[in-house]
Design a protein around this ligand. Structure first.
Ligand SMILES: [Fe+2]
Length: 294
């Protein structure tokens, strides 16, 4: 980890917003030394059966930022989510800030541009986003320094964002009793996911880790915060010295039994466009359902 600018002396304030419809946790991260903040992994509400989009979850985040007099500088996506739609453009329109994601978004856009048979008007160069991060890139939230780590495996564009002693792990890891995310989406790879998890576990033991999802396994209450030390000791998929081969075998078998996420089809179309809803030839917001493509 010596190449990454880890600084455990800075403790950003982290406010979590749990979305019960998709089990996603969105965050507002505040610079302890200024009013600057970032939003991580926001959610736009969809009633998929009705094709209806609303912004209840995003409005809660927006109110919290305005009520506390904060200045939104960044809207970060840890990856192209397949289980919920991003509210990044809605939040940006209300509060400003730059939308950022990993630069491997181009790989994801290529893959799903084909799945959804997008025309040439769909750019596969990540230009829908304001910033594309490479491994080790840094950016600032007020005075708070953030850096990124490539963590492919769940998807090619997955990144962990580290700010002081807080790391936002996306779908690289779940809580210790939840294990890890699936690695069977197009572009996913169980071996890569194991290697990425090792990068997160190489951060300092006291690093606070914030999850993107929690499903409350075995009936426990929803949780989203743990530490590197806890994950190393107790994670049911990678903790306690499980080998790479063990992990690949387990993950591959498990993934074969998983159904597609309920919202994968609308999520990918929206999230690969930085949260914009695609439009038909007349400019009406419209989603497609490709048949037998996933
Ligand atoms: Fe995900």
């Amino acid at each position: 980890m010596s190449n990454y600018p880890v600084d455990m002396s800075v403790t950003p304030e982290v406010k979590a917003f749990f979305d019960p419809d998709t089990n996603t946790i969105s965050y507002v991260v505040k610079d302890p030394a200024s009013a600057a903040c970032a939003v991580i992994d926001s959610v736009m509400d969809i009633d998929y059966a009705a094709g209806r989009i609303t912004y209840k979850h995003a409005d809660k985040i927006i109110s919290w930022i305005t009520d506390n007099g904060l200045k939104l500088e960044w809207i970060i996506e840890t990856h192209v989510h397949a289980d919920h739609l991003s509210a990044a453009p809605y939040i940006q329109q209300k509060l400003g800030g730059k939308i950022g994601i990993g630069d491997k978004i181009m790989v994801v856009q290529n893959t799903f541009g084909k799945v959804f048979n997008e025309g040439t008007e769909f750019q596969r160069d990540g230009s829908q986003f304001d910033a594309l991060f490479a491994d080790g890139d840094t950016y600032k939230i007020g005075n708070l320094e953030a850096f990124t780590i490539y963590t492919p495996g769940h998807t090619p564009a997955c990144m962990v964002h580290v700010m002081g002693n807080a790391a936002f792990v996306g779908d690289t890891l779940f809580m210790p009793d939840g294990g890890s995310a699936r690695a069977d989406f197009p572009g996913g790879d169980a071996g890569q996911l194991y290697d990425s998890i090792q990068k997160v576990l190489a951060l300092p033991d006291e690093m606070r880790l914030f999850m993107c999802h929690d499903y409350g396994p075995n009936g426990r209450d929803i949780q989203w915060e743990t530490t590197v030390a806890e994950e190393k000791a107790h994670n049911i998929h990678v903790g306690g010295g499980k080998t790479r081969a063990d992990f690949i075998r387990f993950r591959t078998e498990r993934d074969q039994q998983l159904a597609m996420p309920r919202l994968i089809i609308p999520s990918l179309q929206v999230n690969m466009r930085a949260g914009d809803i695609p439009t038909d030839k007349d400019g009406n917001p419209m989603l497609k359902v490709p048949v037998n493509k996933l």
